[in-house]
Design a protein around this ligand. Sequence first.
Ligand SMILES: [Zn+2]
Length: 62
Amino acid sequence: MDYNIGDIVKLKKIHPCGSKTWEITRIGVDFKLKCQGCNHIIVVPREKALKMIVSKVEKDVK
Ligand SMILES: [Zn+2]
């Protein structure tokens, strides 16, 4: 699957704040993801990020 900056994705693990959706804010060797619930930012290696992501969330459907 292709990902772009600004995409909203669902992760396998629920963040402690209760949010399952994250916004991709950087793509490269590492992916930078921003939690949609609390704005917490995590940086994870690309390989790991691709395994963590369950699905892409359509932007129109919130
Ligand atoms: Zn959060």
